[in-house]
Design a binder for this molecule. Structure first.
Ligand SMILES: *[C@@H]1O[C@H](CO)[C@@H](O)[C@H](O)[C@H]1NC(C)=O
Ligand SMILES: *[C@@H]1O[C@H](CO)[C@@H](O)[C@H](O)[C@H]1NC(C)=O
Ligand SMILES: *[C@@H]1O[C@H](CO)[C@@H](O)[C@H](O)[C@H]1NC(C)=O
Length: 430
């Protein structure tokens, strides 16, 4: 615990200087024990209605989205949660105090949609709030946690996003465990996504409360919002791991407010930060650019890697420190590195291999996960790329020795067990 604190202080103090990723990988073995509901071994992937549709949702939209997830191939590559955000509820509870679906927009009810999602091999998520009302003034779950959890289980819901509007001003540390306990008491495993906007630094206490916790306020579909949110999420990297993830909010890729380069950077960073990959655009109408980003399997694999260690910033360079290097360890002795140009001009960005934790004289192979090709020459000394403004280049590095696949699995497994042990020793008080 103390070492994590010290490390965070160091990280905060050292954001402009070089950090050794070797030390970083060790510190990352001190995250927290995830909520023990069997879910969230990898960051969740799927779609959520809010970023594109806000309150304009209906059961037809959800069905069309389920169909599109399957038709486009998004489902097949892992996007399996279909999450309905705010506004699915009727304006009031029924006479017995039950939540009910809005009879105008969701006349068939939630169970019909979860049946439909399940029939296509997908999972269904809903939304509620740890307050008297949701943010859009539908009934909240505060005081109704047990009754609502029972209802969600009866509807065979798989995921709950739990917001923080109109609360009673008590701490989220008190309110969120009540719903956690209610969900654990019903006969269904429901992913618990805490959306308490980063209040009271949930990374430090939520590991046994949620499978993910928001570290920031809401994202908007702009470069400035995406950058600010990335910076806010970054320092919490040591606390992420299998079972519990930092959540810098849902993806804006495909919504039109950023350039293709900016969306590529957005998606790369979310993948490297082991963030939930919840698509927020209209997937029934995606451009080819949008598809090529969201469906980049090599980038998705970085996010879903078995090690589950969140990557982070290791270097700011160039004038204004706008040329950034982000990196993190992957299973099989591999390392992911992203060269991110936050400046307004194209630039060459370089990362010293020693800075990335490799020994001097190492000879590496590099895979360019956006060009989908191996870098032709062995990498020695440093890796660098010409990166256009706001764009990113991302590579997977590994020592140029043959890796035995069984050794790789054994190593990943041992690493996972380490994380579990350390987490078990850090049982949270809430
Ligand atoms: C969508 O919802 C927002 C508010 O949630 C509203 O301002 C907007 O007019 C709606 N758009 C459509 C097309 O209904
Ligand atoms: C589909 O997306 C394009 C932009 O790529 C937009 O102009 C068009 O209105 C969208 N169509 C629908 C039905 O939303
Ligand atoms: C990872 O590296 C260590 C030390 O360099 C080595 O002992 C181990 O076999 C490697 N694992 C794999 C899967 O290459």
């Amino acid at each position: 615990m103390a070492s994590v604190r010290v490390l965070l202080l160091l990280l905060a103090a050292a954001s402009a200087v070089q950090l050794s990723i070797g030390a970083a990988a060790e510190a990352a073995a001190v995250p927290t024990l995830g909520l023990d509901n069997g879910l969230g071994g990898r960051p969740p992937m799927g779609w959520n209605s809010w970023n594109h549709f806000a309150c304009n949702i209906s059961e037809d939209l959800i069905r069309d989205t389920i169909d599109s997830l399957v038709e486009t191939g998004l489902a097949e590559i892992g996007y399996n949660y279909v999450n309905i955000d705010d506004c699915w509820q009727a304006k009031a509870r029924d006479s017995k105090g039950n939540l009910v679906a809005d009879p105008e927009t969701f006349p068939s009810g939630i169970k019909a949609l979860s049946d439909y999602a399940h029939s296509k091999g997908l999972k269904l998520g809903v939304y509620s709030d740890a307050g008297y009302y949701t943010c859009q003034r539908r009934p909240g779950s505060l005081g109704f946690e047990m009754q609502d959890a029972v209802k969600f289980a009866e509807w065979e819901v798989d995921y709950l996003k739990y917001d923080n509007c109109f609360n009673d001003l008590s701490k989220p540390e008190l309110r969120y465990p009540v719903m956690r306990d209610a969900l654990l008491s019903v006969d269904r495993a429901i992913f618990f996504s805490m959306c308490e906007w980063g209040v009271d630094q949930p990374a430090t206490w939520a590991s046994k409360v949620g499978n993910s916790w928001r570290t920031t306020g809401d994202i908007r579909d702009s470069w400035y919002s995406m950058v600010a949110i990335t910076d806010q999420n970054e320092p919490w990297w040591p606390y992420a791991g299998p079972g519990g993830w930092n959540d810098p909010d849902m993806l804006e890729v495909g919504n039109g407010g950023m350039t293709t380069a900016e969306y590529r950077a957005h998606f790369s960073l979310w993948a490297l930060m082991k963030s939930p990959l919840l698509i927020g655009c209209d997937i029934t109408n995606m451009t080819e650019d949008t598809k090529s980003i969201l469906m980049n399997k090599e980038v998705i694999d970085i996010n879903q890697d078995s090690l589950g260690v969140q990557g982070h910033r290791v270097l700011k360079s160039g004038s204004g420190g706008l040329l950034e290097v982000w990196a993190g360890p992957l299973s099989g002795n591999r390392t992911v590195v992203a060269l991110w140009n936050r400046g307004v001009w194209g630039a060459t960005i370089s990362a010293d291999l020693e800075l990335l934790g490799f020994e001097a004289g190492s000879e590496l192979t590099a895979r360019d996960v956006w060009k989908h090709e191996d870098v032709s020459k062995p990498v020695t000394g440093s890796i660098s790329a010409d990166v256009p403004s706001h764009d990113v280049a991302m590579y997977i590095l590994r020592e140029a020795v043959k890796v035995d696949a069984n050794a790789e699995n054994a190593e990943s497994f041992a690493r996972f067990e380490d994380v579990r042990k350390v987490r078990a020793g850090r049982a949270s008080s809430v």
